[in-house]
Design a protein around this ligand. Structure first.
Ligand code: NAD
Length: 428
């Protein structure tokens, strides 16, 4: 099922991409919103879009220009919140969709934020550390007018990390003349970062995965797990599953695919990736040259943890997993959702499965405001409680309404966002 959507004047039909996927997800939830449906257009239009030019002087003296974005999709429930992605394929459509999924995610786990996202269209592997710092600082200065601890709080995403968050925090602080720790999350611990933040998204994927496995009668001990994307999210989720006794039988990254029927040594694989930048060349498994075969791997739990639109009509039928745990944002298209549903595959949607990161970002922001820091145990316990409660509420609603977990999560979240919109009323 694919509907033609109204394309904003700043995107062409060809460019609608992930934003079109999000619009289709909203269409699917609209019949369940009751009288709030009269506000649904709010969700189909980002509140604010900022496109910026990011010029830097390269090490060789030449000038390079990069295109940067910050999209604030919705701020009905609180300040904008969402990561910044550095990637050569970043588009406005992608950042719009990611910002909207942040609105839904923050409402689904009930943290007091709206949704936002940022990106710069560049391949960080082609920049020196100095160039990367200059891009980060110039981008932060350009979006400075719309971010802030009470306005919009960026965080790490694909190819951005604690160092980049430290540069963003410093740049914002220099511009305003005082240190503002709460302007970004995912910072180093020494600058007001939170214990447990680095692992939070992967840990949340693991916690929700255990809940979903229990519903399907799958024992984590001995369960077969396949992971696409072996970065912050996929790498940590894989390690936690392996520590719990699961067998990680396949890992794919942007360069290579490695499989081992008896299970990969995840710690050794992480060490290999830290040294070589990819799973390519790892000696502890078999390298598979045909990338598409990853989707056919015999496994119980499949974790897409790389980029959007990876599970499509083209490969959904080949998937043998019983559960798909969406570590990435938007990895499954609506058409693939339908195929998986018909096959009886349980899809745990991104807006629940990967919400652990923003949940601990929320903890970090709260700790920065109070300048009072919690122990890692406290953080992990609170994270686990929030993730289990969010999963449980969505599971119950899905059973009641006989809908997918994605539609149920969207019902919970969109109801919260639109209730806030209705209570606040339209200004002026
Ligand atoms: P990362 O940069 O740490 O890792 C990305 C991984 O994906 C790398 O292993 C890379 O090799 C792999 N990859 C890239 N392109 C690929 C391709 N075409 N095929 C296969 N693998 C590919 O990024 P991350 O922070 O782990 O984010 C991964 C996903 O999780 C993204 O969708 C992101 O939006 C989402 N996410 C991240 C967080 C977070 O806290 N970092 C939170 C929520 C959601």
């Amino acid at each position: 099922m694919s509907t033609q959507h109204e394309v904003p004047s700043y995107l062409t039909q060809k460019e609608i991409g992930p934003w079109g996927v999000y619009l289709e997800q909203i269409d699917r939830v609209t019949p369940y919103l009751g009288s709030l449906a009269r506000w649904v257009e709010t969700l189909k239009r980002p509140k604010r879009i900022l496109v910026v030019d990011v010029p830097i002087e390269r090490d060789d003296g030449s000038i390079a220009h990069f295109e940067g974005y910050r999209v604030q999709h919705n701020t009905s429930r609180g300040p904008g919140k969402g990561g910044v992605r550095f990637h050569q394929d970043v588009t406005l459509s992608e950042v719009m969709a990611l910002s909207a999924w942040m609105t839904v995610k923050n409402a689904a786990v009930n943290v007091p934020y709206g949704g936002a996202k940022g990106g710069v269209r560049l391949d960080p592997k082609t920049l020196s550390t100095g160039e990367l710092q200059r891009v980060t600082r110039r981008y932060t200065s350009e979006i400075n007018i719309i971010i802030g601890p009470n306005k919009d709080i960026p965080a790490p995403d694909v190819n951005t990390n604690e160092q980049i968050m430290a540069w963003m925090m410093d740049t914002y602080s220099m511009n305003q003349g005082s240190t503002a720790s709460g302007v970004v999350t995912g910072k180093p611990i020494s600058l007001g970062g939170s214990l447990g933040r680095r692992e939070a998204t992967g840990r949340g994927v693991y916690v929700v995965g255990c809940e979903a496995a229990a519903k399907r009668g799958i024992d984590i001990k001995g369960a077969r797990v396949a992971v696409q994307g072996f970065g912050n999210v996929g790498g940590i989720a894989a390690r936690l599953f392996a520590e719990a006794g699961a067998k990680v039988v396949a890992v794919q990254d942007h360069i290579s695919t490695v499989v081992a029927d008896s299970g990969l040594d995840v710690v050794a694989l992480q060490a290999h990736v830290a040294q070589h930048g990819s799973v390519a060349g790892f000696g502890g498994g078999d390298i598979v040259n045909d990338r598409s075969r990853f989707w056919e791997v015999d496994c119980d739990i499949l974790i897409p943890a790389a980029l959007e639109q990876q599970i499509t009509e083209a490969n959904a039928n080949k998937i043998r997993a019983k559960i798909i745990l969406e570590g990435a944002n938007g990895p499954t298209t609506p058409a693939a959702d339908d195929i998986l549903h018909d096959k009886g595959v349980l899809v745990v949607p991104d807006v629940i499965a990967n919400a652990g990161g923003v949940t601990v970002s929320y903890f970090e922001w709260v700790q920065d405001f109070s300048s009072f820091f919690w122990t890692e145990d406290e953080i992990n316990q609170r994270l686990t409680r929030i993730m289990r409660e969010a999963f449980g509420a969505v599971w119950t609603l899905a059973q009641e309404k006989n809908v997918s977990l994605r539609t149920a999560a969207f019902i919970v979240a969109c109801t919260r966002v639109l209730q806030a919109r209705e209570m606040r009323g339209l200004y002026p």
